[in-house]
Every structure is written in structure tokens, then in C-alpha cells.
Design a protein around this ligand. Sequence first.
Ligand SMILES: *Cc1c(COP(=O)(O)O)cnc(C)c1O
Length: 338
Amino acid sequence: MRYDFASDNTAGWCPEARAAIDAAQRGAASPYGDDDWTARAADAVRQVFETDCDVYFVFNGTAANALALSSLCQPYHSIICHELAHVETDECGATEFFSNGAKLWLAGGANGRIDHNAMRDLATRRTDVHYPKPRALSLTQPTELGTVYDPTSLAGLVATATDLGMRVHMDGARFANAVASLGCDPADLTWRIGVDVLSLGGVKNGMGMGEAVVFFDRALSAEFAYRCKQAGQLASKMRFLAAPWATMLTSGSWLVHARHANRMAELLAGEMRKRGVGLAYPVEANAVFARLDPSQRHRLSDRGWQLYDFIAGATRFICSWSTTDDEVAALVADLEET
Ligand SMILES: *Cc1c(COP(=O)(O)O)cnc(C)c1O
């Protein structure tokens, strides 16, 4: 089986992350995050975002999202997200569970982006006590369909949500790819426009494990450490989660990898178009959603490619830090009849 394009979590550790783990391996260190690596990693996040945020490292993205959203909500609150949001479709109800019952309200919107009016409609439909009170907006950047919110429309959504009394969470499992795609400062996609808390992805950017929860509104992180511990998300050898962040953010390799992955997706999209394959969504980050005809689909399967087509009737191909030109060429060659 070839898993190369099935997801960006089929790739291994990137070399910088491995080197950081090796370096953190020398000697003993204080456990549970009370170590120099963790302090340096949190500082690196503050430097990249140019602000004094609170940073926590957890094992995976589901935990990052569920715990971040839980810290915004009471059980009688609701959270507005896109109908294809990972928190809704791929996290087994973790947000509802960890928040003790906050409800997800699903907003529509083309190309994976929440429609402004749909969001406003859900947030203002009712104000009575029988309707779970809208309290948070959760945006995915880049979206589950490989598109990005441009800074202006993002700022518009966040401003409306804030005006309506909601707090704003961003699922940035692939945040690096959005930064690389838009070429703007991480701060301009987050706290400067009013995002309160970010789930910042490490794994899909080249680490082997670990995501960060970044609180721009530090008041929201009070007691967050207890939440992490109770949820089984406080790593005892925290330095091994943290060390890759310190290295990758400081050296800039997080963006080098994201740019590479985006470029590979662009290459793949171009090669598919040349062969007449229709693309279901604009390619704005590291994912390509292709409308393969049944014979193309079968050829790829027969030739061993693992295909992922749960989402929106198209086949998803995702590029990572490790995708090569040769892999793209091999995939598109296998699309052709021989
Ligand atoms: C991969 C991903 C996550 C994190 O998933 P885990 O498997 O829990 O690490 C979260 N949100 C989005 C949009 C993702 O693609």
C-alpha cells in the first residue's frame, strides 16, 4: 500500500524534530513541563505570535480542540462551527464530552468556510432560555477542504462573533500551511483580529506527536493545566513534546515545511488539471480534492494507492513536508491507462 497522499499524518518525523528529540534526550530533565525545553518552546510560540500568550502542549489535535473549547463554554452554551469541521465530524464528540454538554451548531458555507450570514443567523436566532446560548465560534484555518480564510473575511467573522458576545477558537491543525499560503504574520490571522485561543498543529507540520494550545486571552487559561491533567493530556516527559517546537519555530523550518507541502499540492493540482481531472475546491494550502472518474479511482486503488474519499464526494490528496516531485509524478502516472 502507498499512503503518501492519504493524509499529512502518514509522513514520519521531519529531520529537525528528530534532532530536537535527540538533543532533549541528553541528560535528565524535570518532568511535567517544568523543564527548559518546554519553557523555550513556549517562548518560541510567543515570539512567532509576537505576544505574551499562554501555551500548553498536548498529545493530539482532538484534545487541543476539545479542551480549548471547553475552557470557553459552560455546559449550557453552544459553539458554532462549519458543518464539515473536524470538531463535528472527526472527534467522536470530544468537545461535547469535555465541555459536559455544550452543543455544536453547524453552519454552512461554500468551500469549507463558514458563511457570515449563516453564522449570524445561528447566533441570533433565539435568545430564550430553551436555546443553548451561543458562546463560541470555532473556525478551521485552513479549512477541512484545503481552502483558507483570507484575513479580511476572517476578521469580519471574528468581529461579528465578538459583537454577538462570543469567544473565538481557531482549529489550526494545519495553521502553518495557512500562514505559508497567505504570507501574513501569524498574529494577523489570530489575536490581532480577535481570536482568543488557537489549536496549533505540530504533527501535520512534521512532528511525530504533539499540538499546542495557545491562549491569546490569558484569562481564559486559568485552571487549564487541571483540565489537561484530568483529560490525560499532561505529558510526564513533556520535553519530548516540546523540544521540536523550540527548534522548528525558532529556525523557521515550520514554514519551510508548510511552503513545501503547499507547493507540492499546487504541482499535483496542475498535473491533474493537465490530465483533465476536475478539482472540487480551490487549492489554497496542502490538499487537493479531485473528482476522479470510476476508472481512475480503480486504477489508483489497484496500483496500491490508499485513497481517502469520505469528504464531500471527492477524493482527497494531501501533501506533507516529505512529499517529493517523484511521488507526485508516480501518482499522476498511475492515473493514466497503460
Ligand atoms: C488532523 C486534524 C486535527 C487533529 O486530529 P488528531 O487526530 O486528534 O490529532 C484537528 N483538526 C483538523 C482540521 C485536522 O485536520
